[in-house]
Write a protein that binds this ligand. Structure first.
Ligand code: SF4
Length: 356
């Protein structure tokens, strides 16, 4: 293994040629990155990095510690490490804790919320069940454990269509994302009725405050500004599944974060991708641009997730220092009632069983 030194960390940061990392930033941040990597190695702590982390934070994680929320929680459950630092948002860290109740899951800012998880009242699930007795309830993984605990199965943006088709009955309740629900309805094409909050039932769902920002007009403007005509084989617009239905219809490819990354990787391997625009969180594009330097990525830097951006080097280093010194971790540790964890684990495990 190459010896870790401050100079090596600086060399790595300079070699990234990231336009947002000026020499001033590198000189200021490199000592923090070095201290984090050194303590991470010394203490054997797993540091998970969601794809929406800014590159400096994302690259604190090794390749197998990077990914989308479910992939990271699955990884957390298989690692032997006692401590897991989750660089993502709180609902993700909760999912990791539910799947690994004996491990200590830490997040550098417990206030890192999510509009989907925060703006949804779990009591709406009971109301929908009363209105549609017998219909199974599927909940997006982007939710808190307390809400998951009331549902029959969880899903991700990658497996929702398949799971919805395989659930019993001819209707399914889906919460909390109303744009996701509309996309699911469109994809199922009438094969199964999707019941979701806000459809004349007096119930209230939520949307991802980041992905709802993209409009059809934005995509049409991108096509014009960056000369990306619809159907071009080498210039593609990608859209995340949490975007509006008309945005998905206009995109050349839509899917989950991992499906988008995989499609880009396959086209790069085939030598066919020249330019891409990804209608999603802007740091996803920053990380893709670093991974695939041969592709010209256009990005919407104003579309950032304020919650994901709360993960900062200083907080991560503070966690590691406290672990090292045996200090108090309560400021950072995810703690959930055992009963909630037990109930929330069932719908997640059901999804995992149906996805394997
Ligand atoms: S990008 Fe959207 S879904 Fe993801 S954490 Fe931010 S608000 Fe939540």
């Amino acid at each position: 293994m190459t010896e870790l030194t401050l100079e090596r960390v600086k060399e790595d940061l300079y070699s990234r040629k990231d336009p947002t990392l000026t020499p001033v930033d590198i000189e200021a941040k490199a000592p923090l990155v070095y201290d984090i990597l050194e303590l991470k190695r010394k203490l054997g702590v797993v540091v998970l990095g969601h794809n929406y982390m800014e590159p400096l934070v994302f690259n604190l994680s090794s390749r197998d510690e990077q990914g989308d929320s479910l992939g990271l929680s699955r990884f957390a459950a298989t690692t032997g490490a006692e401590y897991i630092i989750f660089n993502g948002v709180r609902f993700m860290a909760e999912t990791a804790k539910v799947l690994s109740p004996d491990k200590r899951v830490l997040i550098s800012d417990k206030e890192a919320g999510c509009s989907l998880a925060d703006e949804f009242d779990p009591a709406e699930i009971d109301r929908l069940r009363e209105l549609h007795p017998g219909a199974p309830v599927m909940i997006y993984i982007n939710s808190y454990a307390e809400a998951k605990a009331r549902c029959d199965i969880t899903c991700t943006s990658a497996n929702s269509v398949d799971i919805a088709r395989r659930m019993p009955g001819d209707e399914i309740i889906f919460v909390p994302d109303i744009l996701f629900a509309a996309n699911l309805e469109q994809e199922l094409g009438g094969g199964k009725k999707v019941i979701y909050p806000g459809q004349d039932s007096g119930t209230r769902g939520a949307v991802c405050e980041v992905h709802e920002k993209f409009t059809l007009d934005d995509l049409l403007d991108v096509r014009k500004s960056f000369e990306m005509p619809r159907g071009h084989p080498n210039k593609l617009i990608y859209a995340h599944w949490e975007c509006r239905p008309d945005v998905l219809r206009e995109a050349d490819f839509y899917g989950s974060t991992s499906q988008i990354s995989k499609d880009i990787g396959q086209r790069v391997a085939a030598g066919t991708l020249e330019r891409a625009f990804v209608a999603s969180e802007c740091e996803l594009t920053s990380n893709l641009a670093q991974e695939f330097p041969g592709v010209q990525f256009n990005t919407a830097c104003s579309v950032r997730c304020q919650w994901m951006a709360k993960m900062a080097l200083e907080g991560i280093l503070d966690i590691l220092r406290r672990i090292d010194s045996g200090g108090d971790l309560s400021k950072y540790e995810i703690e959930l009632e055992p009963e909630i964890m037990d109930r929330a684990r069932l719908p997640i495990e059901k999804m995992l069983a149906m996805s394997s």
